[in-house]
Design a protein around this ligand. Structure first.
Ligand code: KIV
Length: 306
């Protein structure tokens, strides 16, 4: 790469200069006490809107298994499916840090298999970091040594749904909070650049956030984390289910889309769409040539009468 062309000096889709958010930039935000905004996104259009709205970190979450692909939990999504969506997000995002979730099964075997899968996210899809669930210290160290930034994920880890017996708030006792803290510390020491804390009591997240030098990004973990993340589809009401306690809905895309599609259908059924203005037209000369010849009509009538 040219030393005069760092990714930090990028341009937006409209040609304006943008300063790329990087993993070290997130750490700097923590040092400066600036809250980090993060959202999931899975396709070109929505991730472009998310990026242009100034969100700092875009996570191609394995929640796509549920909110995009309609699975019951996150376990079914494959590496190839995650790569496909990460590429679309990568094409859209110019400023935010793009993090790809490593799906269930892609880092649960040997270290070398996990490393090879993580490399695919960087090489084939343009991810700038990968996220892995649980206190997998050896793996975080190996990825960091391989120059792949890692976001850890502790607390309610959705890929452990069967072990946890459902999606339950974690670390609800003093002992469990101590274990969570210890996990967060070892992940940070192993090289994680940030840690998502999901579904844990506010007090636990606050204590971990205060102790770590790397940023914590909370979801259902209270307001004291260094940043917050939500699932995009929760934010805009596209999940077809009552929201969890920690979700705040900022828009109603379901109502917007339903209304637009119903009005379109009605217009088609009443032949109100498309209008003449929404149609292409022949040039005048070609239109004239298509007109029936004025003298041809009487002759035909004459033949019929005869
Ligand atoms: O997959 C996902 O959406 C996530 C967020 C909940 C952090 O992991």
């Amino acid at each position: 790469m040219s030393l005069t062309n760092f990714p930090g000096a990028g341009v937006s889709h409209t040609g304006n200069p943008v300063t790329k958010v990087t993993m070290p930039a997130l750490a700097e935000m923590k040092r400066q006490g600036k809250p980090i905004s993060a959202l999931t996104a899975y396709d070109y259009a929505t991730s472009r809107l998310v990026d242009e709205a100034g969100i700092d970190m875009v996570l191609v979450g394995d929640s796509l298994a549920m909110v995009v692909l309609g699975h019951e939990n996150t376990l079914a999504v494959t590496v190839d499916e995650m790569l496909h969506h990460t590429r679309a997000v990568r094409r859209a995002v110019r400023r935010a840090l793009v993090v790809a979730d490593m799906p269930f099964g892609s880092y649960h075997g040997t270290l070398s298999e996990a490393l090879a899968n993580a490399v695919r996210f960087v090489k084939e899809a343009g991810a700038e970091a990968v996220k892995i669930e649980g206190p997998r210290v050896e793996l975080v160290r190996a990825l960091t040594e391989a120059e792949i930034p890692v976001v850890g994920h502790l607390g309610l880890t959705p890929q452990s749904v069967h072990r946890m017996g459902g999606y339950r708030v974690q670390a609800r006792t003093a002992d469990a909070v101590e274990r969570l803290k210890a996990d967060a510390h070892v992940l940070a020491e192993a090289g994680a650049g940030a840690i998502v804390l999901e579904g844990v009591p506010r007090e636990a997240a606050a204590a971990i956030t205060a102790e770590l030098a790397i940023p914590t990004i909370g979801i259902g973990a209270g307001p004291d984390c260094d940043g917050q993340i939500l699932v995009f589809h929760d934010l805009v009401n596209l999940t077809f289910a009552p929201p969890a306690k920690f979700v705040r809905r900022y828009g109603d895309a379901a109502a917007l889309i339903r209304n637009a599609v119903e009005r379109y259908r009605e217009d088609v059924e009443h032949r109100a769409f498309p209008s003449d203005e929404e149609s292409y037209h022949l040039p005048e000369s070609a239109r004239q040539a298509l007109q029936p010849k004025a003298e041809a009509t009487p002759k035909l009538h004459a033949v019929r009468k005869a």
